[in-house]
Design a protein around this ligand. Structure first.
Ligand code: ADP
Ligand code: MG
Length: 223
């Protein structure tokens, strides 16, 4: 599903060049659950941003399904992002003024392909993650675990081919973290391709495959 070939990303800061990604080669098959690990600054978020078409490499080729994302203009890349990729962040990124249901339906509001089934799907997914009684609550009224489950539902709304999660349990207590991880594992078991950044070895153990980054390079890749 994903092929990265010789991906480079360099940031310039002051007079310095920072090689955030330094020649990444990677293939991820449909249905895989991959954990990305590595010390702070090793390039994990940079890699996720490229996979999510949020950013583009300076050099190298990124194929997602049949498309070469790295060759797309910004409009096409954002189309891919909206239709085919779901994002989950450490800090949830829910809008405080909107209810849980409204937050979950946001991707539809921006979609160029209105989907009459989206609302029904939102209800079904919110039920699946145990949030049916919280549909009309605002984010401030939810626990961290509930917020992350709502954010996962939002990420899934457009039925993305690829789900990306950057430290999805990083702001959660251990019980909520376990719940969120169980949900992600269950989604993967039903076929969802999933790439997750984590610092936590125990959390990474849930994935079938763990990739370690250091200084923008892949230094380990095991299944
Ligand atoms: P990680 O997620 O593993 O902590 P990042 O991908 O965020 O690593 O960062 C990799 C390197 O690139 C770090 O040295 C970081 O400081 C640098 N970096 C990331 N984003 C930027 C940016 N927008 N501008 C300058 N340097 C950046
Ligand atoms: Mg990071």
């Amino acid at each position: 599903m994903i092929t990265l070939s010789n991906i480079h990303k360099t940031y310039r800061q002051g007079g310095n060049e920072i090689r955030a990604l330094d020649g990444i080669n990677l293939h991820i098959a449909t249905g895989e659950f991959v954990a990305i690990m590595g010390p702070s600054g090793s390039g994990k978020s940079s890699l996720l941003n490229i996979l999510g078409a949020l950013d583009r490499p300076d050099k190298g080729i990124y194929h997602l399904q049949q498309d070469e994302i790295s060759a797309m203009d910004d409009d096409s890349a954002s189309d891919v992002r909206n239709r085919r990729i779901g994002f989950v962040f450490q800090s949830f990124h829910l809008l405080p003024r909107l209810s849980v249901l409204e937050n979950v339906l946001l991707p539809q509001r921006y979609s160029t392909l209105p989907d009459p089934q989206a609302e029904q799907r939102a209800h079904a997914l919110l039920e699946r993650v145990g949030l049916t009684s919280r549909l009309h609550h605002k984010p401030a009224e939810l626990s961290g675990g509930q917020l992350q489950r709502a954010a996962i539902v939002r990420a899934l709304l457009n039925q993305p081919a690829l789900l990306l999660a950057d430290e999805p349990t990083g702001n959660l207590d251990s019980k909520s973290a376990a719940d969120v991880l169980a949900l992600l594992t269950e989604l993967n078991a039903s076929g969802q391709t999933l790439v997750m950044v984590t610092h936590d070895t125990d959390i990474a153990k849930q994935a079938q495959r763990t990739i370690h980054l250091r200084d923008g390079k892949i230094v380990e890749d095991h299944r």
